[in-house]
Write a new protein. Structure first.
Lengths: 107, 250
């Protein structure tokens, strides 16, 4: 989504961040509702803790994004995606501690 | 569980009918066996570290004892990973319906020696493998893994302890309940067998329940999913807005 906005729509990077975050609100809200109703797997306490860090962090992030030049912002974002992607890929390739996973659902 | 009790009743009636035969042993007026447990409810709070359940009693007739603590049933799914093109992926799974997710058994002699396999099976008594065989078709790959995983969580314990005797009749056994103990209705069952016959049995219900704020959150999450989800979403929106207000007061 973000690369498309940057390279095809030619939007400024700080606008793409805001736009992407705005549309994420609806996706995540819908996903949260679905998880809450079907799997009952929403940990509200953990969410509250994460919220504390992320909402405050976001305020600094917004200020920083206005001061940091565009190319640097893009570079940082690319680095972040690379690290997260790398971690996910690593998880796929390393031998798991157990090849069996147990899923228990009340009958 | 209901079927299980019905089968016990049928079994006892059958034993009683057999006892009408002329060659029978003298009828005793005393209870063949009496037993009790140290607590009939286990309260789990956020600082719960596991606990011990003491099963104790007295037998008034010679025989061998078997003690079972059986937990609530659940649908269990076991998924298996395999390496495909260097990546570990879930390739297949096996479902076990209505499996007791907690099952601890102890006996004074190996269960096989206490009664015939059909009897043990109808009572739901068995080492893990045997217990599986009663409800599901066996599987060489998943079954051992299931036993291993449930045993490593201490949800299946076989045998959970030695039954110790004090003198001829008094006995006791300690069961360690892990901190991850599933909530629900449990039963502690004590059986007395003699040469393949069930002389007496006793079942004592045990309730495992959560208390405190986490129990209330859990209740809301499972029973009022939509409301819970709505609260979560509103909390997130409110949190973001609050942080914004805090940082833009000027």
């Amino acid at each position: 989504m973000i690369p498309m906005m940057i390279y095809i729509l030619r939007m400024p990077t700080y606008v793409t961040v805001g736009t992407s975050l705005f549309q994420i609100i609806f996706i995540t809200a819908a996903a949260t509702m679905l998880h809450a109703v079907t799997t009952h797997a929403v940990d509200i306490v953990l969410a509250a803790l994460l919220l504390l860090g992320s909402t405050i962090g976001a305020q600094y992030g917004v200020r920083l994004s206005h001061r940091v030049p565009d190319y640097m912002l893009r570079g940082l974002m690319a680095a972040l995606l690379f690290i997260v992607g790398g971690r996910l890929a690593y998880g796929l390739f390393i031998t798991p501690s157990d090849i069996f996973t147990l899923v228990v659902t009340p009958s | 569980v209901k079927n299980h009790f019905i089968s016990i009743l049928i079994f006892l009636l059958a034993s009683a009918a057999a006892a009408q035969a002329p060659t029978v042993a003298p009828v005793s007026l005393v209870n063949p066996m009496v037993a009790d447990i140290s607590q009939t409810s286990v309260e789990i709070q956020s600082n719960f570290n596991g606990t011990q359940l003491l099963v104790f009693g007295a037998r008034n007739m010679p025989g061998e004892l078997a003690i079972v603590v059986r937990g609530p049933t659940a649908n269990v799914k076991l998924r298996r990973k395999e390496r495909i093109a260097g990546m570990w992926m879930h390739v297949d799974q096996r479902k076990y319906g209505d499996l007791p997710i907690f099952y601890a058994v102890a006996s004074t002699k190996p269960l096989k020696q206490l009664a015939a396999p059909a009897v043990l099976q109808s009572l739901g008594l068995g080492e893990s493998r045997l217990m599986l065989a009663s409800t599901q078709t066996s599987d060489d790959v998943f079954d051992p893994a299931l036993v291993r995983l449930l045993s490593s969580k201490h949800w299946w314990q076989s045998p959970f302890a030695h039954i110790t005797y004090f003198g001829e009749s008094l006995f006791k056994a300690r069961l360690d309940l892990p901190d991850t103990l599933p909530r629900g209705d449990y039963t502690a069952e004590i059986y007395l067998f003699d040469r393949g016959h069930l002389l007496g049995f006793q079942t004592i219900p045990v309730t495992v329940f959560h208390t405190g704020i986490d129990a209330r959150i859990f209740d809301k999450a499972t029973n009022h999913g939509a409301l819970y989800g709505l609260i979560a979403v509103l909390m997130a929106l409110l949190g973001g807005w609050l942080a914004h207000r805090l940082f833009h007061r000027e």
